[in-house]
Design a protein around this ligand. Structure first.
Ligand code: FAD
Length: 570
């Protein structure tokens, strides 16, 4: 049996190693067009930020080591040019420039994705980079060392175009290298994979860290500045604004690398990715595909989608390899897009379907926010984490979770991901038995609290309104007639952070002031995070109030989101 694998990094190298582990005798050929295989592309931003100081640590295995360990023929700097699926062969161009045809019995495609690079004037000029592989990283590092660090002017600037995961990781790492960082984002928020209100916390944090943001702004062109200017590149925005800089990182997203399958019968899907079935088979016999290049139905929506993440690429590779060797026995269940990133002192994580996506898909959903401590609140270094859950109003099925916090975000997001993948409900969150000691959590873990709160909202024990609804009510865009809005925090808190249009009825005095309120008037209560609001809601309901809501996430979410909403609209 002869296996050929195209693409030698996450999916390709994993599949090659797996094939060899379960089939000692076959011929395995790994074809990679670049110099390196099996490296940590997820680590590249941290190498550029000097967090990873030794370049060699980026390489999981060199081509020689891989060849020796797995008895796989590794052909680097060799590009697969075309596929002849009738004669089962691949045309390649080797590192020596020689073209030849290699036959296969089974073929695996793991060509990955390529960065989006629109045809803008000046986009190919020196000093403008994308970050996808080791070669890109070396070029960026050399440019920083040679052209930026040796500059006689003290100011060193970079513009990052695109505020997704990689753009923000680069912002942190380059800021930590002493560069003045400006992020340009054409959308109305940064960090598109999470909802606006959650992204607002990251946006406020970036500003605290001295990162310049230009949201709702589109790049029009790149131009050279005059020769004696201290910054060589001018980034022209459609708004007319002009940013002078030393360097530009384009982080505008990626799309599947599928040029190789042109002129084959391999089917591409709606999203532009290679269609695969649950065994990772393409539409052509004996050709499998994995990783960033494939589209697969989302386990909740059933709709095809692309998933640019390392975990799914590795999992798909193992499944494909097993099926290539043993026949189709392993099935892929699909990915719900569980992702995490560090942005300076914060961690942002997401799994499943966020509110914006549910809205686009016309799927009815409810959302609640909680703010709780990552470890026991009395334990040193305990910090808050904000959790947003989205779930079905029909049966409480958990659709998605998003978390922002300093510590403990990783373990909670993985827990939510497990429940979502198993099609569990918000009630299931209350049943999870979690290990507890003060340094790690509280007896009511943030995930359990999120489950309690969501269950209260789902069962209508606690009707909630989101920050956006309260904002609309306060700004003449409301839908609840004659809504009265009560701040149940202490007078000190109220004074310090007063929201116009609201009245202060501190929780502990609420029972004494019931006569000043009208049981028949719709009432919204709020506090700092939502707990006192919940208690106030119960007092009012217990005293005959007919329509009472609690502000989910309290002023913590309201203040962050409304501040950024107003800023980004300007
Ligand atoms: P890749 O790993 O990109 O490998 C594809 C390989 O195929 C490339 O080396 C390419 O040169 C080769 N190739 C393409 N066409 C041909 C051809 N015709 N002939 C020969 N070779 C070819 N994911 C996470 O989950 N978490 C993270 O923190 C994270 N951080 C990231 C940071 C960066 C900077 C980048 C670039 C990606 C990051 N990712 C992260 C995404 C993750 O790396 C990818 O999802 C994963 O590598 C996809 O694996 P793949 O095998 O599909 O593609």
């Amino acid at each position: 049996m002869k296996y050929i694998i195209i693409g030698g990094v996450a999916g390709g190298a994993t599949a090659a190693a797996r094939i060899r582990r379960i089939d000692e005798k076959s011929d395995v050929i790994l074809i990679e067009k670049r110099h390196h295989i099996s490296y940590a592309n997820c680590g590249l931003p941290y190498y550029l930020g000097n967090v990873i100081t030794e370049r060699k640590k980026l390489f999981v295995k060199t081509a020689d080591d891989f060849q020796k360990r797995f008895n796989v023929k590794v052909m680097t700097e060799t590009e697969a040019l075309s596929i002849d699926s009738v004669n089962q062969s691949v045309k390649i161009r080797t590192s020596k420039g020689v073209e030849e045809d290699l036959t296969y019995d089974k073929l695996l495609l793991s060509p990955g994705a390529m960065p989006v690079k629109p045809k803008l004037k000046g986009i190919d000029m020196p000093g403008i980079f994308t970050l996808r592989n080791v070669g890109d990283t070396d070029k960026i590092k050399a440019y920083i060392d040679e052209c930026i660090c040796k500059k006689k002017y003290p100011d060193k600037k970079v513009v990052i175009v695109g505020a997704g995961f990689i753009g923000l990781e680069m912002a942190e790492n380059l800021k930590n290298q002493g560069l003045d960082v400006t992020i340009v984002e054409m959308g109305s928020q940064i960090m598109n994979p999470v909802d606006f209100c959650m992204a607002s916390f990251i946006q406020n944090h970036l500003i605290e860290k001295g990162v310049n943001l230009r949201i709702n702004e589109q790049v029009e062109s790149f131009e050279y500045t005059s020769i004696d200017d201290s910054f060589p590149i001018s980034v022209k925005l459609k708004s007319g604004y002009d940013i002078k800089t030393d360097m530009v990182i384009l982080s505008m997203g990626v799309r599947p690398q599928t040029s190789l399958i042109k002129n084959t019968d391999i089917k591409l899907g709606q999203t532009g990715g290679i269609c695969v079935d649950q065994y990772m088979r393409t539409s052509v016999k004996d050709i499998f595909a994995v990783g960033d290049a494939v589209e697969y139905p989302h386990p909740i929506t059933g709709r095809p989608w692309l998933n640019y993440l390392a975990g799914p690429a590795n999992r798909q590779a193992r499944i494909a390899a097993t099926n290539m060797v043993r026949g189709c026995i392993d099935k892929y269940e699909g990915s719900i897009g569980t992702a995490i990133a560090k942005v300076f002192d914060l961690t942002v994580a997401v799994t499943g379907l966020i509110g914006r996506r549910l809205q686009q898909l016309n799927i009815k959903y409810m959302a609640t926010h909680t703010v709780s401590c990552s470890s026991a609140s009395y334990y040193p270094d305990s910090s808050s984490m904000i959790i947003k859950l989205t779930y079905s109003p029909a049966n409480g099925q958990l659709f998605g979770a998003q978390i922002i916090g300093k510590t403990g975000v990783d373990k909670r997001i993985d827990l939510f991901s497990r429940i979502i993948k198993k099609k569990g409900t918000v009630m299931d969150l209350m049943e999870i038995e979690q290990a507890y000691a003060p340094p790690y959590s509280s007896a009511k873990d943030p995930a359990a609290i999120a489950g309690y709160v969501a269950t209260n909202a789902f069962t209508k024990e606690m009707p909630v309104l989101t920050w956006k609804r309260m904002f609309q009510e306060l700004h003449g865009m409301g839908t609840i007639k004659n809504l009265r809005i009560l701040d149940v925090r202490t007078p000190e808190e109220y004074k310090e952070n007063y929201i116009e249009g609201t009245e202060n009825f501190p929780l502990d005095e609420l029972r004494d002031h019931l006569k000043e309120l009208d049981q028949n008037q719709p009432t919204l209560v709020f506090c700092r995070v939502g707990l006192r609001g919940y208690l106030a809601l119960n007092i009012l309901k217990g005293n005959g109030f007919k329509e009472v809501y609690n502000l989910t996430g309290g002023v913590t979410v309201y203040n962050s989101a409304s501040k950024v909403w107003i800023t980004n609209k300007k």
